[in-house]
Each structure stands twice: as structure tokens, then as C-alpha cells.
Design a protein around this ligand. Sequence first.
Ligand code: ADP
Ligand code: ZN
Length: 601
Amino acid sequence: MPVNKKISFSIWYIFLAIWAVILVHDFIHALQKLEELPYSEFRTLVAAGSVAEVTVTHQALTGKLKPEEGSREQKLFTTIRVEDPDLVKELNAHHVKFTGVVETTFVRDLMSWLLPTLVFVGIWFFIFRRLGQGQGGFMTVGQSKAKIYAEKDTKVTFADVAGVDEAKDELREVIEFLQTPEKFTRLGGKIPKGILLVGPPGTGKTLLARAVAGEAGVTFFSISGSEFVEMFVGVGAARVRDLFEQAKVKAPCIIFIDELDAIGKARGMGPLAHEEREQTLNQLLVEMDGFDPRIGVILMAATNRPEILDPALLRAGRFDRQVLVDRPDKIGRLAILRVHAKQVVLGPDADLDVIAGMTPGFSGADLANIINEATLLTVRRNKEQVGLPELQEAVERVVAGLEKKNRVLNKMEKERVAYHEVGHALVALSLPGADPIQKISIIPRGIAALGYTLQLPTEDRFLMAKTELENKIAVLLGGRIAEELIFGEASTGAQNDLVNATDIAKSMVKSYGMSEKLGTVTLDRERQPLFMQIQMPQEKGDYSEETAREIDCEVRRIIDEQYERVKVLLAAQKPSLLEGAKQLLEHEVISGADLKAIMGK
Ligand code: ADP
Ligand code: ZN
């Protein structure tokens, strides 16, 4: 963990300073050997002529004694001040110098309210931060951990990143721009400003960003979003300003922000809006708007949760370009294994193809870990070359680590997911007007989806006809019905589909007036959710209980109708379903065209 030594502003430093002043003060007093005398003794000393001078203050008398015989040291003393009308006469009589001091009580007064305030504010801050983070001890509070790393040459190239060819293709343009910005500016081409790498952890987002810098031969500035959140209000924003200033000097360069979601969460979310994060985010937005990419600075960021980002971050001129960095398919996994195996000596039996086949759902980081574990095992067994047994055991070890995260499917589950996804796709391909299928995958993705069917609209849609909505419901139901058809029962895997299908049916009835029974009325005021993914509490429109029951009936009728329709459709397509699932299990990813070919047979 990088801990920045640089001292940053903190309440605790003020406390330390005050404490230090008090200590020094006491220390000086102690040095001066200030002797406290009873008043009576003081009078005796005055009478004896041993007092050299006296200073009278509001509450006390301080002064110096005459040096003792044979010594030059003048002892200092202090005594309490009492009402003594004769004192002045007495001092005069013994030729004692005396002065009075008009004591300024300002400092004391100031301290008397400032200190408690500081203590109060300090405690308040301390408690608050504890609440917010749940970690980070006393000493780390206020120490900025967000370190800006600057690498002149990352030494990473595209050859070190495998299995993410699509992402690489999209980033080639950025490299070209960083190498020859003149070319772009001359032609007036649109220059990317912010690029968001989206994908699960360990898929090589950081690696890709560094490779872009390495390929272009520019400086790579990086900073992690999560480190900002632990800082004091104001520090994060200052750090962001710093980062951009440094980058502008070093242009052309890349600024990389890892874990952007830590700073970029939608503002005002949650009961305790996080002041520090908001300031940092605002500063980031300001900086992004304020720089002209033509100077040769490209901003890159990574996140695995794009849906919680503040929409302002994704607006045009900010992170308006998103690059998906997904978990690799089998071919990708093989390529990644090969990249990492370059650094070790493989035995003749070490077939990486076998390992690639064993590891669906693994990220690049997991695969790198396999090679590493296998090497360790080889060393432990006193072998010279990494063999297949070591590799296989390494897979098991990494799987054991991953299983805790619930990512790896067993064989049964994989089969189910395959039929489910092919079910969706078959329905989509059979219905006229449904969005075309791009690809079908059983590589687990994200936390919820075990597989997915990527259906991309060919154009932006603003209007939808009733049949199109019905088709959408049909496609959503296709997964579940395929499972029922093959296994005779449904699984929990279709929950999300059912939720979506029900939502569409509800909207048809309540918002779009598409139910003949209820007529062409809108029963709900459409409420735009504030943020994309955040569920707003649904407001019940003003209709009667009876109408509510009718709505439920209509929703059920719509779903049931589609259910029957899809059931018939898929039963007729059963050979394609079986063949499609078989292909999918074998290759993990198949394209819509592949499936069409199967249907054509
Ligand atoms: P992310 O930023 O997406 O969480 P990283 O870039 O930090 O992932 O990846 C961690 C490590 O995993 C990398 O340093 C690299 O060794 C390995 N790795 C991940 N993805 C790939 C890949 N596509 N090709 C080669 N190695 C990879
Ligand atoms: Zn589904």
C-alpha cells in the first residue's frame, strides 16, 4: 500500500502543533528554574534587600533575586499577588525596580473558546470518518493515500495483452492519435477525450491502458479512485487538479483512473452523501471540461460497475466512449495462457489447450495466476519443466479460490444455461421484427448473469408497436421455456427474465393503453427514474382496487398468451435447440449466424 509521506492539511496537525507549543512553553519555564515562593517569604526577601526586580501582573508577581555571593546566577521567582498597600513603599525603600504589565487577555480568551471548538470538531470528524470507512486508524486519517504514479515507459505492449482483440482494435485509434496528434488536428477529426474501460475485475483493463501508453511511447499517469475516498474534504479535489496539471506538462500522455466508480458514484446517493467524493467528482468534471485533447492528453478510466456512475461522467465530451473488456472465450484464454507461459519452461506434455478448455469464466488475472501456481508447484516438486499435472492442479487451486466467489459453474449448470440461452435466441430468430442476435455466450459475466444472449437493435428506437412489445416478452420467456422443455422443470436462472417480461406487460396495460379490456387510458403517471439503475418507489396511480385487480389479470393474460405461443414455437424447433446447445457447450460462444445455419438444416 503506497503511503504518501507528504504532509497534507489535517485537524490533527493543528492539535499536534498546539500540544508542541504547550510542551515548549513548559520546558522553557523549567529551564529558568522559576521558583514559587510564599508571599510571606517574598516580603522577607524584599526586607532583606535580596530582590533585584519585580514585575506585577494581574494575578502574580514575578521577579529576579540578586545574585548570591560568589555567583552570577539570578534566581527567578514567582509569587501570588495579594492586596498589599505597603508593597510599593517597601519596594521603593529597598531600591527594587518594579514594573507593571498590562496583561492582554486576548490570547487566553481566544484559546478558551478555540481549543474546545477544535476538540469538538476533531472528535466529530473522527467519528464521521470512522462511520464512513470502518477502517483506517488514527494516523492514517488525513494522510493522503492517493498517489499519482507516473511511468515514463510502461514497457507493456499490445503483445502482452491477449484475448481482448475487440478492445484493442478500438484503442488503436488512440495510440495513433497520441503518436501523431498533428494528423488528427489537421484533418479536424474527432479526438477522443475520455475512454471508459468496462469489465469485470482482472480482465486486463489496467494492463490495456498501460499497453496503450507503451505502444504510443507516452507517459502513463495513474491513480486509483478508491484511494480518494479515504481523504479529507478538499484533498481529493486538489489531487485531481494536481494530476491534470502534471499531465499537461508531460503531454502527450495518458491519465488512467482505476476504480472510477469509487469517485464517480451518482451524486446525492444514499443517506450520507459523501462530501469528499462529490468534491472530487466535481473537480474531475471541471478538469475534463477544461482541457483540450489536442494538447495530447487522453483520459482513460476503468470500472466494473458502469451502471452506478454519475450520468454526468458519461456525457458527450467526457467519458463518452466505452470499451467493453469482457472475460475471454476459449481462444482468448489460450492466447492469455501463452502470453504468461512465455516466462516459464513448459514440458512437452503441457498442453495449454486443455487448460483453456477447463477454465470457462476465468479472467486474465486468474489465468496468469494458474501459470504462477503451476510454476510454484513445479519448483516444489524439484522438476525442471512445468507439466500438465502441475497445470491441472493449479487450475483446481485457483478454482477453489474462485468458488467462494460463486463464479464457476458445474457441468449441470452449464448445460442448463446453454439451453436457456439458445431458447432466448431461437425465439428471437423465429419472430419477425425482433432485434437480431449478435452472439450467445455461456461465459459467466458480471455477478448475476450466468450466460447471455446479446441482442442488438439495428437502430435507435423511440416507438414500439404492440406486437414488438409482445415479441420482446416472448424472447424473454424463451429461456425458461427451453429449460422446461429439456429438463421438465424450471430453474431459478430465469428470474431476471420474468421480472423484465412482467414489467413490459405492466407498462403495456398501465402506461400505453394497449389492453382492450381496460381501454385506452393511462393509469400511471410516467415517472422518470433519477438515475438509470436506481429503483424509485413506484407510485400507485389513482385507480380503484377493482381496477388494480383487472390490471393484474390483464398482465397475466398477456404473459400467458406469449407463454403458450413460445411453447409451441420451441417445441417445433427442438432439433435446433438441441444442436444449438451442443455447439454452445462446445465453443462457449456462438454467433447469431451460427444458430441461423443450424435452424436452416
Ligand atoms: P483489471 O484492471 O481489469 O482489474 P488488470 O489489468 O489489473 O485487471 O489485470 C491483472 C493481471 O492479470 C495483469 O497484470 C496480467 O498479468 C493479467 N491479465 C489480465 N488480463 C489479461 C490479458 N487479457 N492478457 C494477459 N494478461 C492479462
Ligand atoms: Zn435468460
